[in-house]
Design a protein around this ligand. Sequence first.
Ligand code: R5P
Length: 227
Amino acid sequence: MEDFGKVAAATAALRYVSNNMVIGLGSGSTANIFIEKLANRVKSEKMKIRCVATSISSKELGTKYGLNVVELDSVDTIDITIDGADEVDDDLNGIKGGGAALFYEKIVAKASDKNIWIVDSSKQSAKLGSFKLPIEVLPIGSAHVYRYLDTELGLHPTYRKNKDESLLTTDSNNFIIDVDISNVSDLYDLSNKLIKHVGIVEHGLFLDICDTLIVGDAPIQIKHRKN
Ligand SMILES: O=C[C@H](O)[C@H](O)[C@H](O)COP(=O)(O)O
């Protein structure tokens, strides 16, 4: 089956869920599989679970399946967030935002006691950078941010577009600029530079955020952050 790794990882993540938890619902195809499985378990075991979403689509999907999806600001803490990733290295650092959900995903991740990523083995990488890093930017002044990424940082930026060539907008009505970080050696330094630059709302480098990685392809692997 094509999605075997994603399905297996999503299934394995269910073991981290227990009654009365607040669960962060990730975004993307792997997180969507988890959302459906979580809803089935909540229904069959009559669990009391509240969920917060990381995108409009995960909110809609969770609600459609009957999960109790509440506003982020109505909860004090999130027990665990289960999310996918676009690329993840051996230190459990990763790139997210392939589906343009990185901003809400990072807000929810930072508010979570534990972050679990569910991936298939295609997402694993010795060095981050084979996936383009998504950067969410305010539309106003975005051409200046683009120039900064291009000429000062040399990251070969491209605006993310829809099929009709219009600029893609995120759930927060911002643009996404994807950049090439394959030649960047210090990702922490890059992360600091990006987040300090005016006009950049957030970026998809998730450093020191993932606590547990579940790689779904057989044999299933569960890795924990070392520090
Ligand atoms: O913006 C999207 C998210 O960061 C997703 O979690 C990420 O793109 C992985 O998605 P998928 O599970 O579809 O590969």
